[in-house]
Design a protein around this ligand. Structure first.
Ligand SMILES: Cc1cc2nc3c(=O)[nH]c(=O)nc-3n(C[C@H](O)[C@H](O)[C@H](O)COP(=O)(O)O)c2cc1C
Length: 223
């Protein structure tokens, strides 16, 4: 697979088959993704992979937690800026609308949308879950390094025929995840990720969010 094919075919998949994933493949991509660059070669990512019985346990914990604390827990960082101006808020709105249109859930049906959102906390049925944590001392430059690691990982998964969905939503249950993973106090959760084989029949996977045109985000001088 060419890099460009991996980039274009990577999508956030929100419906997985229960087909097991070869543990050796996961170990390989988690290791190879660490070839991602990082400022000063700090390699600030820390990865926890969860599958099998521990994943079943986490899913059960989350069913209980969602019922107990549907609004989440005190968060350790803001997932979005408190005020999100255009065009960013428009992009965010559009992606949600496209997803729920594919699922056939109208705006007025807030409860059904919420219930569907809760599928995040079952990793959309994926057989492998991953969490990325980072030392609390790290700042924005190191958090951008996490993004490079995670995109490298998602592209390597494509090469293996696997799909993924990065999931920041886990950051609204940081205490539960800290306790489950045994994350030390000096580290914090950035994101979770669902990994597995895409269920082509799942309507959630029909959504294909667009991107802003080149001229909207890039300026070229001298070429
Ligand atoms: C760091 C990060 C966190 C994300 N968190 C979630 C999430 O919690 N739930 C979800 O369904 N999608 C999540 N997404 C997926 C984005 O919505 C998706 O990347 C974006 O809409 C573009 O769609 P695409 O990935 O299919 O190209 C996340 C993406 C990133 C990069």
């Amino acid at each position: 697979m060419k890099v460009s094919e991996a980039i274009v075919s990577r999508r956030s998949v929100r419906g997985f088959l229960d087909t097991p994933v070869d543990p050796a493949v996961i170990r390989r991509v988690v290791e190879t993704a660490a070839r991602a660059p990082s400022g000063g070669n700090l390699q600030p990512w820390h990865i926890d992979v969860v599958a099998g019985a521990p994943l079943d346990e986490l899913k059960a914990i989350m069913r209980t937690r969602l019922a107990e604390a549907p609004g989440g827990e005190p968060t350790e960082y803001d997932i979005y800026p408190k005020v999100l101006p255009s065009p960013y808020k428009d992009y965010r709105f559009a992606v949600g609308e496209e997803l729920y249109r594919a699922l056939g859930i109208p705006r007025e049906d807030k409860m059904k949308r919420l219930m569907w959102f809760a599928r995040n906390f079952q990793f959309f049925g994926a057989p492998v879950a991953l969490f990325c944590t980072v030392a609390k001392t790290m700042g924005p430059p190191q958090w951008s390094d996490l993004g490079m690691y995670l995109q490298s990982l998602m592209l390597l998964l494509r090469e293996e025929g696997l799909d993924s969905c990065p999931q920041e939503c886990w950051a609204i249950y940081p205490a539960t995840i800290r306790s489950f993973l045994g994350t030390p106090d000096d580290r914090m959760l950035f994101t979770g990720m669902a990994i597995g084989f895409k269920d082509e029949a799942d309507p959630a996977n029909a959504a294909r969010p667009d991107r802003a045109p080149l001229a909207d985000f890039a300026t070229f001088r001298g070429l």
